[in-house]
Design a protein. Structure first.
Ligand code: FES
Length: 260
């Protein structure tokens, strides 16, 4: 890895080779809209909102518009994040998003930031909050389950388990639902039962407090594939934290005793 120098909106910025532009821009606290970006998963350039204008001195006046989440930094790159053309492009995209998701707060807010409060396109007849950012699918893949995917085309495109039935590979970890930027993916925890994607899971109980921990299927997966001892799942995170605090206290006390 080596350091490269780029110019962002007239300011010299250093970055590392291998970094994507969006990460560098965010580190510089530049507000770049993005719907499909999530730091835990690989970018895929779906929403196009993070588009910026790039050029180089040797390009002799030629410039390009690129999705910054997928564009690797390179020495000498000159970036404009809010040129008139970039803003117009984002406005058009947000106008289209608003036509497809007129009731989605996230889209309304992002569009309003770009001065778009009403779509100029025909709205879809039955809008929902799934913005097809694909974060849920990529996170599920990254977790190692691949229980859901994007299916169908055009207006019928949606995220769903295979054959729209309870997905056999889901373990009820909630990574999809908790990372969905619009809260579209619904789940229900009732007592020690969790329901998500039409599938029901048993939630384990903390052996000390009786509080819920994780689903039985998720614990089995972690024991088998991540070599985490089964014993670990007898307690939830809070109990583990308390145990750690008690043990740390004992170590501090022991240190005091031996040094006095
Ligand atoms: S964040 Fe969606 S295309 Fe870059």
């Amino acid at each position: 890895m080596s350091t490269v120098t780029i110019t962002v909106n007239g300011k010299i910025v250093r970055a590392q080779t291998g970094e994507y532009l969006l990460g560098v821009l965010r580190r510089e606290k530049i507000d770049i809209p993005a719907l499909c970006h999530h730091e835990a998963v690989e970018p895929y350039g779906g929403c196009r909102l993070c588009t910026v204008e790039v050029t180089k001195a040797e390009w002799k006046g030629w410039s390009d518009h690129v999705v910054s989440c997928l564009y690797p930094v390179a020495d000498g790159l000159i970036v404009q994040t809010h040129s008139a053309k970039v803003i117009e492009l984002r406005r058009t995209l947000l106008d289209l998003y608003l036509a497809r998701h007129p009731q989605t707060k996230l889209i309304q807010d992002m569009a309003a930031d770009y001065g778009v409060t009403q779509t100029s396109y025909q709205t879809v007849p039955e809008p929902n909050n799934c913005i097809l950012c694909g974060i849920c699918v990529r996170i599920c893949d990254r977790m190692g389950f691949s229980a859901i995917s994007a299916v169908n085309r055009g207006h019928g495109r949606e995220i769903a388990p295979p054959l729209n039935e309870a997905p056999p590979d889901c373990v009820g970890c909630l990574a999809c639902a908790l990372n969905c930027p619009t809260g579209y993916i619904k789940y229900e925890d009732a007592g020690f039962k969790r329901t998500i994607w039409k599938r029901e899971f048993e939630i384990l109980r903390d052996a000390k407090t009786g509080a819920p921990t994780i689903t039985k299927e998720f614990s089995e997966y972690l024991v088998k594939n991540r070599a985490i001892p089964q014993e670990y799942f007898k307690f939830n995170d809070e109990s583990h934290r308390k145990d750690t605090a008690v043990n740390m206290g004992k170590i501090v006390q022991w240190n005091r005793e031996v040094s006095s």
